[in-house]
Design a protein around this ligand. Structure first.
Ligand SMILES: Cc1ncc(COP(=O)(O)O)c(C=O)c1O
Length: 410
């Protein structure tokens, strides 16, 4: 069977062309694209205001700071049991405590889960739409308003998706969008872009002031090369990036973690190219998710917890039967040519190992997913998955892996 890789971005000549124009024009960090991007998104998300940044979590840090100034006695932030680790890290870096709340079968915060942990010290709730599947955000918004708690509508993984006629990202006080790998719009990795949407006009002056103080990002050319070499072209470059990194470490080259910044001109230009193609990518991804759903036979204990007909998803994440030896399964699939990835293995998740939904979250397997993946390839992948599943050993329970930044979970 043809090798099927995990795709981290659906790029065409338009995205490569946009990047090349920035490089040839010497406009990597600064240029006109961020303003054009802000105007493009402001037209879509109005009346929310739009602040393009280097990460979604840069926007979260700004928002938490604004919230804290208004309610200094509160120091807890509710996050789902199942969440991207950078959200928890940002909460903790702000000197706040991340309080895990139960998720539903779709891996999203449940309304009851939020209600159960709201208290006098709750400053804010962060409600993501996991892998694109909408959380019960309207009900969470009502709950937060009644409790006097700020709400972050974490739409990191979607652009332009709506629930009940309202765009995801525009609920609550602020919203987030990310342009990192495996999102709706992908410009690269490690600081390639994000957006803070300010939905509450009363927060806007201070949010703008915080944004204006941010510098232009550094190191974006190197980050682009990293993305191309280690993600986009990995089918050809293999593991050479790993060896280059090891050599760099031996030579004493330090990797500097990206600091909070605005979006780079390079990344904004790529985002504009992606946004122009988004309607086509969106329909291709919906068709891909539907083809997976159709190709997975019942009776093998495989779940597709976020699927709904016609729903946009940013990834296909399947829930495997309890006690499946995921490592053995992944290894056999890889040998047969199908690359897979794990779900997030977060510390918050690890704190509540008995929770049924959390346990399901730790049995997730991500399969190749992209707008152009055809039905036949999807059927082949599903057949291989089922045949392989029959032959893998079972394990008593999955170990908690400390792979928060591991490539395979991204
Ligand atoms: C739900 C969710 N929120 C926030 C983030 C953080 O995005 P960024 O890496 O742009 O800060 C991610 C990233 O994976 C995410 O999936």
């Amino acid at each position: 069977m043809k090798r099927q890789r995990i795709r981290y971005a659906d790029w065409s000549a338009a995205e490569y062309g946009a990047a090349l124009r920035c490089l040839l024009g010497g406009r990597v960090a600064r240029g006109p694209a961020p303003e054009r991007l802000a105007a493009r998104l402001a037209a879509q998300y109005a009346p929310s205001t739009v602040y393009p940044l280097n990460f979604a979590h840069t926007g979260l840090a700004i928002a938490l700071d604004l919230f804290r100034k208004r309610r200094p006695a509160r120091d807890e932030v509710v996050v789902p049991d199942y969440i991207c680790p950078s959200v928890v890290q940002t909460v903790e870096a702000a000197g706040l405590r991340a309080v895990p709340a139960a998720i539903g079968p779709d891996l999203n915060l449940s309304v009851d889960g939020v209600r159960a942990v709201l208290g006098e010290r709750t400053l804010a709730v962060v409600a993501p739409h996991m892998f694109g599947s909408p959380a019960p955000i309207a009900a969470i918004e009502t709950l937060c308003r009644a409790a006097g708690v700020f709400l972050v509508d974490d739409a990191a993984q979607v652009v332009g998706e709506a629930a009940g006629g309202r765009l995801l990202g525009t609920f609550g006080d602020v919203g987030l969008i990310s342009f990192a790998q495996s999102k709706a719009v992908v410009t690269g990795v490690a600081g390639s872009g994000g957006v803070l949407l300010v939905n509450d006009p009363e927060l806007d002056d201070e949010a703008r002031a915080a944004w204006e103080q941010l510098p232009a990002p550094r190191g974006r050319l190197r980050a682009l090369l990293d993305f191309l070499w280690n993600y986009q072209w990995q089918g050809w470059t293999g593991n050479s990036g790993y060896y280059f990194r090891r050599i760099g470490e031996r030579l004493g080259w330090q990797r500097v973690a990206p600091q909070p910044a605005r979006i780079a001109n390079l990344d904004a230009a790529i985002a504009l190219a992606q946004l122009a193609r988004l309607p086509r990518l969106r329909s291709g991804r919906i068709a891909c998710a539907e083809a997976y759903h159709a190709a997975l036979p019942a009776g093998y204990g495989i779940g597709f917890p976020q699927y709904a007909p016609g729903r946009y998803l940013s990834r296909v994440m399947l829930s495997l039967p309890p006690a499946t030896d995921l490592d053995a399964l992944r290894e056999r699939l890889a040998r047969a040519g199908v690359e897979t990835r794990l779900g997030y293995q977060t510390r918050v998740c690890a704190e509540r190992p008995d929770d049924a939904a959390t346990a399901a979250a730790r049995r997730l397997l991500g399969l190749p997913f992209s707008a152009g993946l055809d039905e036949r390839a999807i059927r082949d992948i599903c057949n291989l998955l089922i045949n392989t599943l029959k032959s893998v050993p079972t394990v008593p329970s999955l170990p908690i892996q400390d792979n928060e930044t591991s490539h395979s979970a991204l």
